[in-house]
Each structure stands twice: as structure tokens, then as C-alpha cells.
Design a protein around this ligand. Structure first.
Ligand code: OSB
Ligand code: MG
Length: 382
């Protein structure tokens, strides 16, 4: 239980070190939304995973800020009033349940309350979530490039830096040649691909066309193919899984424990990408982790170009036992010239360390925020 008197919404534009091309568009940076809760028990920080534009999923940063201010913070205030001024992190989700959708906005507020609660208790997030290791292998997600030669040189750089797994973005017509070229240069590299749902909307002809192109990947020894079809096309993914040898992994399709249970029951995937923002919070992510563990389905932690704040949460989550594949968890410097936490995440022998301190275990760098031109809005709960 933590008493919340103030919610501060901090906005900051963060430019990516290199633009990131996917099947759905190019990301040049992120309009980051941070949520800070404060009160007599201390402060806590959360980061909203929403990107600048609603292309990956429906959420977007300005929309998340608006729904947080207008609906989520008032709902949290109601819960705090009912709880004598305070709320427990485990109760945040239910407190926000009256508002439909907006999982990334909700996840950020839950993260902030969880951070505050854990800091007050002196308990690290990893311990609360059930972490079993103190460092996690780092993977890197590589955007599409203008040429295969450029892709190979980018991948070479990450392999040299020590990344333990590489993910390549693919799209229809660009799913095989670039991946084959990387595989030929790096025969033993842990390699996987992500289509961001670009292989068509739900219809049988589209699944057949996707299978025809993606079948060529079966000889390239990939760990998995991530989200080939549209988010809602679970039957299509199940059909694809029957036609391909490479495991199918779902990202955009998995939005809750319930959707994960359906995907597993249908055989739509045999691996799950878990992003706390996409599923509405770290605590829901743990429940999906547990469901997958019980069914022998490995999970790994996806990324949303998080700053050190969201990264700290992802790394703690990825330290749970059933995160048996490396995540999209890269060093701060792979994303941003300057991170907004005092101790940026660095690669150590291809691993990132789980911060051992209380809560998220990171200290927000207010001077970095100021230098980056951050703005802030302070909302009072009463
Ligand atoms: O599909 O996994 C994805 C980034 C933003 C939105 C969606 C995705 C991604 C990535 C990069 O692949 C993950 C990262 O390194 O943070
Ligand atoms: Mg993905």
C-alpha cells in the first residue's frame, strides 16, 4: 500500500541512434511518456511503452498521456480514497479496469505504483516478480536496411559487441534473401525474424501465400518467426504453424492471459514474446509467464525502445525462470545517445544485469531530462 498524492506526467522526445525500419513504418525516435507517483511514502516511476504513432498497436504516446490524465489518474484517485489514501500495486489493474483498452498507459501507472511500493519496502522488483537470475542475455532487434550488405555490416557490429541473439525484421518479398545472407555469414548465430503482422489479413489465400514464402526460412535454422500474420488472426497462425517447421512466436496477438490461453489452445504459437506494456502491466506479464511455463511454452521479453526506466523493468521480468530465450534487451547505447537514468544499461559479456536496488533499481537523471527538453504536468489527486 502506497499513498499517492501527486501524479506527474513527464514528456520527453528521445531520438534513436539509428532510425528503425519495420514492415509498418520507420521510427526515428520516441515521444516518451513517463509517469511519476509521489506522496508521503516516497516516489515511483513508470514508463509508458507507447510509441509516437499508432502503427505497432493502437496506442500512441499523446493518446496515452491524454487517457492517463483524464481517466486513469481519476480512477486511481477513487481507489486511493477507498483505500484511505493509498493503493497497493496489485490492486491498480482492477482500479483501472473501468476504462477499456489502453494497456500501455495502464501498465505505466501500475509500474510507478509498484516502484514506489517496492522502494518504500526496500525490495527489488526482480525479487517481487520472482527473478531467478541476476543477469539476462542481451538480444538485439535489427531494423530493415537499404541493402543486404548494409544489413550484414550492422549485424557484424552487434555480434562483435557480444549480443547473444539477433532478430531481423522481415516483410513480404523481403523475408528470405536478407536472412539467408546473415545466416551464411554467421552459421552459429542465434537468429530469429519478426514480420509485425505484415503477411496479410485474415484469409485462407493469404495464409497460403505467407506459407509459400516463409517455408524457405525452414532451412535457415531460426529460433522462431514472430507475428507473421495480423494480430487477430489466431486461426491463420495455427494453420501456418502446421505448415512450417520453424516455431511461430506471437507478439501483437498476446494482449492478456485470456488471449494467451486461446493462442496456446489453438496451437497458434509455440513461443511467446512478452511485453509488459502490451499486456497491461508487469503483473499480468507474470501471469502469462506462469501460464506458458505450465504448458511448456518458452517466453522471452520483447522491447519498445525503452529508456533505462522501462528497461529496468524488462530486465527484472526477463530474469524469471521461463524466460529461456534472449529478449529484445539491448544496451542503452544501442537506442539512445544519452539515457535518462544515472546508470545506463551496458553489455557485460553479452548480458545485462538486473538492477539490485529497491524498486526498479534505477535513478532517473533529472538533468538529462532537462537537457533533452522534457516537459512536465503535475496532477494532484485530492
Ligand atoms: O515488434 O518487437 C517489435 C520495437 C517497437 C515496436 C515493436 C517491436 C520493436 C522491436 C525492437 O522489435 C525492440 C527493442 O529493441 O526495444
Ligand atoms: Mg515484434
Amino acid at each position: 500500500m502506497i499513498r499517492v498524492e501527486v501524479v506527474e506526467l513527464v514528456r520527453v522526445r528521445m531520438e534513436l541512434v539509428t532510425p528503425f525500419r519495420t514492415a509498418y513504418g520507420v521510427e526515428h525516435g520516441r515521444d516518451v511518456l513517463l509517469v511519476r507517483v509521489d506522496g508521503p511514502d516516497g516516489e515511483g516511476w513508470g514508463e509508458c511503452a507507447a510509441l509516437t504513432e499508432p502503427r505497432y498497436t493502437a496506442e500512441w504516446a499523446d493518446g496515452a498521456a491524454a487517457v492517463t490524465e483524464r481517466f486513469l489518474v481519476p480512477a486511481l484517485a477513487v481507489a486511493c480514497d477507498a483505500g484511505g489514501g493509498g493503493v497497493a500495486a496489485v490492486d491498480v489493474r482492477a482500479a483501472l479496469d473501468g476504462i477499456a483498452g489502453h494497456p500501455m498507459a495502464k501498465a505505466a501507472l501500475e509500474m510507478a505504483v509498484l516502484d514506489a511500493e517496492l522502494r518504500a519496502l526496500g525490495e527489488p522488483l526482480g525479487r517481487r516478480l520472482g527473478a531467478v537470475v541476476d543477469r539476462v542475455p542481451a538480444g538485439v532487434s535489427v531494423g530493415a536496411t537499404g541493402s543486404i550488405a548494409e544489413l550484414c555490416s550492422v549485424v557484424d557490429g552487434y555480434v562483435t559487441a557480444g549480443y547473444r541473439r539477433v532478430k531481423l525484421k522481415i516483410a513480404p518479398g523481403h523475408a528470405v534473401e536478407p536472412v539467408r545472407a546473415v545466416r551464411e555469414r554467421h552459421p552459429a548465430l542465434a537468429l530469429q525474424v519478426d514480420a509485425n503482422g505484415s503477411f496479410a489479413r485474415s484469409n485462407a489465400a493469404a495464409v497460403t501465400a505467407a506459407a509459400a514464402e516463409l517455408a524457405a526460412l525452414d532451412d535457415l535454422d531460426l529460433l522462431l518467426i514472430e507475428q507473421p500474420l495480423a494480430a487477430d488472426d489466431l486461426l491463420g497462425h495455427a494453420e501456418l504453424a502446421r505448415r512450417l517447421r520453424t516455431p511461430i512466436c506471437l507478439d501483437e496477438s498476446i494482449v492478456s492471459v485470456a488471449s494467451a490461453a486461446v493462442a496456446l489452445a489453438l496451437g497458434a504459437c509455440s513461443v511467446v514474446n512478452l511485453k509488459p506494456g502490451r499486456v497491461g502491466g508487469l503483473l499480468e506479464a507474470v501471469r502469462i509467464h506462469d501460464l506458458c511455463a505450465a504448458q511448456g511454452i518458452p517466453v522471452w521479453c520483447g522491447g519498445m525502445f525503452e529508456t533505462g526506466i522501462g528497461r529496468a523493468a524488462n530486465v527484472a521480468l526477463a530474469a524469471l525462470a521461463n524466460f529461456t530465450l534472449p529478449g529484445d534487451l539491448s544496451a542503452s547505447a544501442r537506442y539512445y545517445r544519452r539515457d535518462i537514468v544515472e546508470t545506463p544499461f551496458v553489455l557485460d559479456d553479452g548480458y545485462l544485469s538486473v538492477p539490485p536496488g529497491p524498486g526498479l533499481g534505477v535513478t532517473v537523471d533529472r538533468s538529462a531530462l532537462a537537457d533533452l527538453g522534457a516537459s512536465s504536468r503535475v496532477l494532484r489527486l485530492r
